[in-house]
Design a protein around this ligand. Structure first.
Ligand SMILES: [Zn+2]
Length: 320
């Protein structure tokens, strides 16, 4: 019988699991709530219990599995199998995750950063078409990224490779949580889009529903902004144009540096779909040199929430 892979996508509110074939086809999928109480002390025991429970439930054995791969927030030490500084999990101190999960399940375990893992997923079974050179950028509450070059996921000297969210797109621009100014994350994340909308609304004097909402003190979101832009709201269109410019500029410079076959845009903000992609592509082409312009393609992610578990499972292929 072919052996299976287990993928785990650890997030601040839910932990997703999947059992996949060695070819990356999902056979079973489930999720549990992530309990971050008591400095995250329940997270790993809950993962172990859930895996063991489902192996029993599906009448499988530990020997049916090649290994477990996991994507996690925080800073990962790949060799030691540890995580530190995952604040949305309440993990402030070093967590010996690999040691605990291998002891608790009897199955080999490996892990990587969540954005890197999503990149591996989209590359393997999604828009990346299993290419050797693929870049993934995720636009959600923050902006994350992962870079696969020459078939290898890049980690860099300190595990910070692929942090596209901190590419400077506007010198002296908005202050970022990282301490510097003008980071892409401050313009192209869900909160970044709203920040841009608020500032542009102040200087706008025409007729606009978006302006009206903001003037009335109503909560707006990146989704509302994109929906209004699609409906023809002039202010909303200007906001989307500005966000697209910053995103197109950042991705063009990633393209000029890496020349990947695909740069894949995922995450909640990318739900704006082709409407966003077309406008980002305009600025991407304007800022790439001809070879890159002709060979690097911007695409939308296709796996949605499954990118994490699929990419995580792909990590466990190293045990085959
Ligand atoms: Zn930053």
């Amino acid at each position: 019988m072919d052996r299976k892979l287990i993928g785990v996508d650890l997030g601040g509110t839910t932990t997703k699991f999947a059992i996949l074939t060695e070819n990356g086809d999902i056979q079973q999928k489930w999720s549990i709530e992530t309990t971050i109480l008591d400095e995250g002390a329940h997270i790993v025991p809950n993962i172990i219990d859930s895996i063991n429970h489902h192996i029993d439930l599906y009448k499988m054995n530990k020997s049916d599995f090649v290994g477990i791969g996991m994507g996690t927030p925080g800073t990962v030490d790949l060799d030691a199998g540890t995580v530190i500084g995952a604040y949305n999990l309440n993990w402030k101190t070093l967590q010996p995750v690999k040691k605990q999960i291998e002891a608790g399940t009897g199955i080999q375990f490996t892990l990587d950063n969540d954005a890197n893992v999503a990149a591996l997923g989209e590359r393997w079974k999604g828009a990346g078409e299993n290419g050797n050179d693929v870049v993934f950028v995720t636009l959600g509450t923050g902006v994350g990224g992962g870079v696969i070059a020459g078939g290898h996921l890049l980690h860099g000297a300190a595990g910070a490779a692929g942090e596209i969210g901190h590419v400077t797109v506007k010198p002296d621009g908005y202050m970022c949580t990282c301490g510097k100014r003008g980071c892409l994350e401050q313009y192209a994340s869900a909160t970044g889009v709203v920040h841009v909308a608020r500032d542009m609304a102040e200087e706008f004097s025409g007729v606009s529903k978006l302006k009206q909402l903001l003037d009335n003190g109503e909560e707006i979101s990146s989704k509302i902004t994109f929906d209004l832009a699609k409906e023809g709201d002039i202010l909303a269109q200007s906001v989307v144009d500005r966000v697209s410019f910053y995103l197109g500029l950042a991705l063009a410079n990633v393209g000029n540096t890496m020349n990947p076959s695909s740069i894949i845009i995922g995450g909640g903000v990318s739900a704006a779909g082709d409407f966003l992609l077309r406008q980002v592509d305009h600025y991407f082409k304007q800022n790439t040199f001809p070879t890159v312009r002709n060979t690097t393609e911007l695409k939308l992610a296709v796996l949605g929430n499954d990118a994490g578990v699929i990419g995580a499972a792909s990590l466990a292929q190293r045990f085959i």
